[in-house]
Design a protein around this ligand. Sequence first.
Ligand SMILES: Cc1cc2nc3c(=O)[nH]c(=O)nc-3n(C[C@H](O)[C@H](O)[C@H](O)COP(=O)(O)OP(=O)(O)OC[C@H]3O[C@@H](n4cnc5c(N)ncnc54)[C@H](O)[C@@H]3O)c2cc1C
Length: 401
Amino acid sequence: MSEIFDPKNFNNITADAVVIGGGIVGASTAFWLSKAGLKTIVIEKRDGLSTLTTAASVECFRTQFTEQAMADLVLPSVEMFESFKDVVKLPNIDIGLTQKGYLFVTDDPDMVPDLKKAVKRYAEIGIPGSEFIKDTELHKRFPFLSPDTLAATFNNRDGWISTHETTYGFAKGSKNATFFTRTEVTALQTDGRGICGVDTDKGTIQTRLVVNCAGPYAGIIGKMAGLDIPVKTVKRQKAYIRTSHKSLPAEAPFTVDLVNHSYWRPEAGGLLCAWVDPDEPESAPTDEIATDWDFAAESIYRASRLSPFFETIADNLKAEDIDVSAGFYVYTPDDKPIIGPSDEVEGFHLNCGYWCGVMMAPAAGKRVADIVTGKMDNKDNPLRYSRFKEGSFEKGDTFLK
Ligand SMILES: Cc1cc2nc3c(=O)[nH]c(=O)nc-3n(C[C@H](O)[C@H](O)[C@H](O)COP(=O)(O)OP(=O)(O)OC[C@H]3O[C@@H](n4cnc5c(N)ncnc54)[C@H](O)[C@@H]3O)c2cc1C
């Protein structure tokens, strides 16, 4: 059984593995490491698990990726969401799995061939069930869309989950893992053989294996190991709109306007909406992320372009119906996560660099454990850290990242 608690000061404790970070990525990593028989300790500086970036997300997952490396992570992750009770062996867990699909929509005629190409690409790389939908069929199936919309890609297997339940599911389902909350990693110790310990504000843990799952702080943890991990943190926000207005299509999928980068989806008691500003500059990670006063209005305005019911909802909104929260997307040079060991520091592994860590976490955690236990050769892992040094990486053309 796993334990989750705020420890008192400690000394002389040992672990086979220490996972830094108690978001969804750290919890999954601990689950798979402990399942592989490693005595694992997770260190989380905040009051609880799943309280930083993971809590800021819109909690969605999609199979629609154009890059093989991403498809290979997301497909097994979606399978795990679909069979989560069996994966974590907790028969009563409910992660709120909702599969209403992802709909990427455009009203730009120049973009229509790209959508068609994307759906062809999904099929080529083994992603089943994606559709290219246009014209009358599009409006028949998604009547909430503006008459100006021309085409869309859609996969009805995509959807959303409760990230809080999923993170705690991984934690509670862990066999031999301890989760320390309110404990901050302050330094990493190394000797001639590589990693030998983790210093925290409560004491030191001796270990030969550390996994960096620190989300937006992954670069800072990397520096503790003497590494300059190529990660950039960019603020991203979301707005929750409380509404029971009858014009809200409660059965709608996660809907993305590919032209202006806005998206929305139904959520209990209302909806979530946001937009991904391509010009948002990089900013240093912090737990106290200021939200922009006009973010909700801008998101509603943008979403209303192709989902015009937003105009009716907006007319009836009061300030207290809107909550905006923020977190960070973490970008790497090829916009893909970094998973696996560093060559430079023996025993220092990474599972970080995510702008889509919710949907990748289940299989990414398993990949870390598979590499540690020798089930997977890191050379066969396209998301290995050394790809940047080797120059074997390129940016893909996946929508909305
Ligand atoms: C607005 C928004 C919407 C998003 N929507 C989606 C989505 O729909 N789908 C999707 O897949 N992704 C989405 N994402 C991205 C997703 O939220 C992240 O990729 C994911 O949550 C990363 O999880 P994590 O566990 O790596 O990071 P986190 O949840 O940030 O966890 C890292 C943890 O490490 C801890 N930590 C850091 N440093 C230390 C230290 N020194 N000592 C101890 N603990 C430490 C932190 O306190 C934190 O709890 C979204 C992000 C944002 C901001």
